[in-house]
Design a binder for this molecule. Structure first.
Ligand SMILES: [Zn+2]
Ligand SMILES: [Zn+2]
Length: 341
């Protein structure tokens, strides 16, 4: 009998030990295992910030004039270090803001398709990389890298090109059931070469190539990617006419829900490994006219969301927009008792 009590005592001690450990762990705020993808509104240019498990990646940095905006955006997200800085290709609307970013943040690695390009902003970029003793490297197609729980796969470029847009580094980032595709300004030639190479390009969310130009997002590419959502980084009233109507109509035919930085400002997509949630800082998220638009308006202060006709809408600066009831509740918002009760 004594031995029985001794065993019970040992079990109790073990259990209480476990219990204490669990309690202790609860007290530490967990690092989010969600993958956040921020399509930062830098007008007619690209800038995407990714974070998962505290690991960070910046893909492009907008134009030179966007440098301060990008730095303050990252500071507002409490970023202290960038594990990866990717310059998809050497054009100013992709590399321009990066020197300013690299002057402020510690960087782990820099990816770029070229080591030299004759423009002052690219030279600045190369100099700032040099100051942090970083080499501009082009990762091998097919190679993979960890970004916390997310995995980054290099899909392109699979060949060398004279056309700078086609030299764009193309990445797929997988997080649970969700995948994100980042294409820079890769055009049809590179898209088809990546498909011919046999890369798996399927993705939940596609960052459209070259700001929605008809030189990218060819039919075969769109069919292979088969995205549910597309994000277009494009400037309001740009002189190129981006996004081109032929691309928008391809997206409509493929039943893809479209987000645009010229209309919605900063677009943040969050993956919990199962679903994705979009939030935008202005206007309603859905711009595909063939789809039903649900302009649900959230109040950042109260955590409630409303129909646009509700009498209790928040002030402009406190608004956040959702495409659907599900997206609003997934983001932690509760329906307004008046308009949605
Ligand atoms: Zn561009
Ligand atoms: Zn370009």
């Amino acid at each position: 009998m004594k031995r029985f009590y001794a065993i019970v005592l040992v079990l109790c001690l073990l259990l209480s030990g476990c219990h204490m450990r669990f309690t202790h762990r609860d007290e530490i705020p967990p690092v989010s295992r969600d993958l956040e993808v921020h399509y930062v509104d830098v007008g007619q240019a690209d800038c995407i910030f990714l974070r998962c498990d505290g690991k960070t990646m910046l893909i492009d940095g907008g134009n030179v004039e966007d440098s301060n905006l990008v730095v303050s955006y990252l500071l507002s997200q409490s970023v202290t270090k960038l594990d990866y800085v990717v310059n998809t290709h050497a054009h100013e609307d992709h590399v321009g803001g990066l020197p300013g970013v690299m002057a402020v943040f510690e960087v782990g690695a820099v990816w770029c398709p070229v080591t030299e390009y004759s423009s002052s902003c690219f030279e600045d970029f190369a100099n700032y990389a040099d100051q942090q003793y970083l080499e501009l490297t082009l990762p091998e197609p097919g190679s993979t890298y960890e970004l916390g729980q997310a995995q980054v796969t290099v899909l392109g470029p699979v060949k060398e090109y004279d056309d700078t847009n086609d030299t764009s580094i193309v990445l797929r980032v997988d997080h649970g059931d969700n995948s994100f595709l980042f294409t820079g300004d890769a055009e049809e030639t590179s898209e088809k070469d990546i498909l011919d190479y046999g890369m798996d390009v399927s993705a939940t969310v596609l960052k459209l190539g070259h700001h929605g130009s008809d030189t990218s997002t060819c039919y075969q590419w769109l069919r292979a990617v088969a995205p549910e959502y597309a994000v277009i980084q494009v400037g309001e009233g740009n002189t190129y006419g981006h996004p081109h109507e032929v691309v928008m109509s391809r997206l409509r035919d493929a039943d893809v829900q479209v987000f645009r930085t010229d209309l919605q400002g900063h677009i943040v997509c969050r993956s919990d490994g199962e679903g994705v949630t979009f939030t935008t800082n202005k206007n309603a998220p859905v711009t595909n006219p063939t789809q039903k638009t649900e302009n649900l308006i959230g109040n950042k202060n109260s955590g409630k969301f409303h129909l646009p006709e509700c009498s209790g809408l928040p002030k402009e600066e406190n608004r956040v927009f959702f495409a659907s009831y599900e997206e609003a509740t997934a983001a932690g918002y509760a329906p307004c008792g008046n308009c949605l009760g």
